[in-house]
Design a protein around this ligand. Sequence first.
Ligand code: NAD
Length: 339
Amino acid sequence: MATSIPMKTALVTGAAGFIGYHLSLRLLDAGWRVIGLDSLNAYYDPALKQHRLDQLMAHEAFVPVHGKLEQPGLLLDLFAEHRPDLVIHLAAQAGVRHSIEAPRDYLEANLIGTYELIEAARAYPPAHMLMASTSSVYGANTQMPYRETDKVDTQMSFYAATKKANEAMAHSYAHLYGLPITMFRFFTVYGPWGRPDMAYFKFTRAILNGESIDVYNNGEMRRDFTYIDDLVTAILGLAECPPGDVPVGDHDSLSPVAPFRTVNIGASQPVALMDFIQAIEKAIGREARKNMMGMQPGDVPATWAETQLLRDLTGVEMTTDVETGVKRFVEWYRTYYDV
Ligand code: NAD
């Protein structure tokens, strides 16, 4: 990354997670020292998280820290010791469906954990802090594409509610303490080293094992599937643009009272779930047996990112189409699991 601001140490929370792993690798390749915090929780296969971590630990400039965000004093001590210039907060309890079964996990990781993080940042302010929110905060919005300036007050799951609360918490700290904060709203991210709890991963596994797949909303829902490498390029671009005083255009979500903005990161090419499944079938060379199902509680029929703000700030274009991205994922899956 051609960096224009003198940042050298980055703290990445959730570094053993899907996005944190890819992001940490790119930061290390670009010459950053990366402090990678992760609890390696058992929400999905801890061995996969450990493998990602092992790859990161092959780099001398990677410092692994095992622990929970919400552990009192842990983040404060980390900030005091390493004084990160850049903080990218990805650790969270993710997943819409799990939040219906285990809301407390979200309360602890997403609300208390994020509180501990912003408190530590208040004591040792980084030059820029970037935090993950989600397209799920748009909830029942039906006006497409989703714009950062849309009113978002109809969260459909507790997961989305905690992420919306994170946005509000971060805004208040940006306002009160002048912390420059960018909030990302990610749209369904997929790719190699991905998350086993996500539909594309389950579909791939089931098709390769000759098992049937459950297709919700009869495959009619549309998702703005976003390829991991494009997403990481966008994050790195935004890291160089801390929110200042002047909005870049009418669509900028820059707060009038704080160095704070939210930015959509999505492919901006919504694809029907059935077409995404077809791309997996094509990459594997086998047709799936499909159980057509209704809509799941907490789900929304479509997501679609407006990405003008991202392009104006960074010049980044999302270039990977679903066919290419799915092919790369399936190749990785077959090699990793030797199937
Ligand atoms: P992930 O689950 O793979 O990564 C999260 C990591 O955080 C995991 O390794 C987990 O062990 C760790 N973690 C969880 N709770 C923790 C805690 N309390 N303390 C320390 N570590 C903890 O998820 P991901 O897909 O890489 O997502 C990263 C971020 O992006 C999350 O905030 C998620 O909500 C958000 N997001 C992801 C997507 C997507 O499609 N992948 C979409 C929208 C938003």
